[in-house]
Design a protein around this ligand. Structure first.
Ligand SMILES: Cc1cc2nc3c(=O)[nH]c(=O)nc-3n(C[C@H](O)[C@H](O)[C@H](O)COP(=O)(O)OP(=O)(O)OC[C@H]3O[C@@H](n4cnc5c(N)ncnc54)[C@H](O)[C@@H]3O)c2cc1C
Length: 460
């Protein structure tokens, strides 16, 4: 990796974009027979539409075939058609374009590179596309992809103590708009708002919720408080429970496939990034034939294998899930100790374990723990039809990592989604997209600057 030049002394926020652009739109019949073969150099010619004879011609790099250059030549040709006075000007402009084409030969110029297409990278990609940015996204399926295992739950009141999730007031209304919009853009369906039902464990808890239910901070997230068994006794809830609102699940696999497809249709999708082939210059990032203003690493746990981000304190928190089939549909997402999230056709994902083990793979212990929790939550018989595992990319303070690399002015990081990628990625990717345009600063709670000291330590 060549990066000395890119070491920064200061960061000035957004940078001007440099893009290969056309001068205007062609408004005439095709007048350009641009290229006769794909070898370099190639012959181009501008023909007079009426006679079909060559108006002017020349030799250029094969890059002349790029649509941008061709469009430019079309414009010139249309001018040429109107009057031969334009001949010299045309020839000169065509020559300029061909020179530009030659220098851009085989390069793919984009505004930003994103590495990693899990929940973090996908959300950022959608934000950047919505802002009209060009991107190149590198992603290679790997065994550690947390996003492909995730049940996709978003739950504003969570944990053993059932407390309001950190920044729920910002994150939850935002994620609803975000995923609905993503469905529209991709013409796919993957966002499933649904009530989550958490049974009470004790009469104290029931009393507590009856009095808490009216608190202004919590009220928007509560649909109803039940004081007796509900849902046709599918769930063990003798004391009732709390039915949550603004909750549900994202069909993560379908969502990520839809984003992949969108990127593929725009020629924005690439495979694995080999970090040793990355070149960081003072104002550009180059990876093979892709050139960009900046790169954002959204690599999840793989940040640990990247030589310029391996100082980040991203820790693996292993999780296992089992997939089961019930004989009937569940009336809500039941969640206490374990959750059951629909996969379709009466199958449900039951999750998840929390394990600091760094051993990859599923375990008999994981399955046993989940089945035990499932039996203490749901009364229905079930068949186990699958088991899965993944490492969540967590941080010590359980907050995302968003922001600029301390040493390289055009390198950014978006990571640390922890156990809540579905709810955190939409909001904080917007924060980062704003930051890339110089529009906002990043709050200290999530700003990666809180770990900068570790970067310099790693070089000591
Ligand atoms: C069992 C389990 C259940 C979970 N359930 C939920 C849930 O219900 N709700 C919820 O909100 N969260 C859940 N999570 C957490 C959630 O999965 C994570 O927060 C989230 O997926 C992290 O997303 P990410 O994009 O940061 O990382 P990842 O999903 O790991 O994505 C990183 C991507 O980058 C790619 N990559 C890395 N390096 C390179 C490279 N050099 N070149 C190309 N590609 C590269 C990887 O292959 C991967 O595709 C769960 C996690 C687990 C393990």
């Amino acid at each position: 990796m060549v990066c000395e030049e890119a070491k920064k002394t200061s960061r000035k926020g957004a940078k001007t974009q440099r893009k290969l652009t056309t001068e205007g739109r062609a408004n005439t019949q095709p007048a350009v027979g641009v290229v006769t073969n794909r070898t370099t150099p190639v012959k181009w010619s501008v023909t007079t539409p009426t006679t079909g004879s060559d108006f002017t011609s020349g030799i250029a790099s094969e890059a002349t075939q790029s649509p941008n250059i061709r469009l430019g030549i079309d414009v010139i040709a249309s001018e040429a058609k109107r009057s031969s006075r334009f001949y010299l000007k045309c020839r000169h402009t065509i020559q300029q374009k061909c020179n530009l084409a030659t220098s851009m030969h085989n390069q793919n110029r984009v505004d930003h590179i994103i590495t990693g297409l899990g929940l973090a990278g996908a959300a950022l990609a959608l934000h950047l596309i919505a802002r009209g940015k060009t991107i190149a996204v590198f992603d290679e399926p790997s065994i550690n992809r947390a996003s492909r295992v995730a049940a996709g739950l978003f739950n504003p009141i969570s944990g053993k103590l059932m407390v309001k999730t950190w920044r729920a007031d910002d994150l939850f209304p935002y994620l609803i708009d975000f995923y609905r919009n993503a469905e529209q853009i991709t013409s796919q369906k993957f966002f499933q708002p649904q009530n989550i039902y958490t049974p009470f464990r004790s009469i104290e808890e029931q009393n507590n919720w009856i009095s808490r239910g009216d608190e202004a901070a919590i009220k928007p997230f509560i649909k109803r408080i039940m004081t007796s068994s509900s849902f046709d006794k599918q769930v063990k809830d003798e004391l009732g429970g709390v039915l949550l609102d603004k909750s549900g699940y994202l069909q993560v696999g379908t969502y990520l496939d839809a984003v992949r497809e969108l990127l593929r249709s725009k020629n924005y999708l690439f495979g694995k990034m080999h970090h040793d082939r990355l070149r960081l210059d003072s104002d550009t990032v180059r990876y093979e034939d892709v050139v960009a203003d900046s790169i954002v690493f959204c690599e999840g746990l793989h940040a640990r294998n990247n030589p310029i981000t391996n100082w980040l304190p991203v820790s693996p928190l292993k999780g296992e899930t089992i997939d089961v089939r019930f004989s009937q549909e569940l009336g809500a997402i039941y969640n206490r100790g374990a959750y059951a999230v629909p996969l379709g056709d009466l199958t449900y994902r039951i999750g998840a374990t929390f394990d600091r083990s760094v051993e990859p793979g599923i375990t008999a212990q994981g399955r046993e723990d989940l089945e035990q929790k499932l039996r203490s939550l749901i009364r229905l018989p079930y068949d186990v039809i699958g088991q899965n595992w993944g490492f969540r990319p967590t941080t010590r303070d359980r907050r995302p990592m968003v922001g600029a690399h301390p040493e390289f002015r055009n390198v950014f990081i978006f990571n640390g989604m922890g156990t809540k990628g579905v709810s955190q990625a939409p909001y904080f990717s917007r924060v980062l997209a704003d930051y890339l345009e110089g529009e906002v600063s990043i709050g200290p709670e999530v700003n990666i600057s809180r770990f900068y000291a570790l970067s310099s330590k790693s070089r000591d």
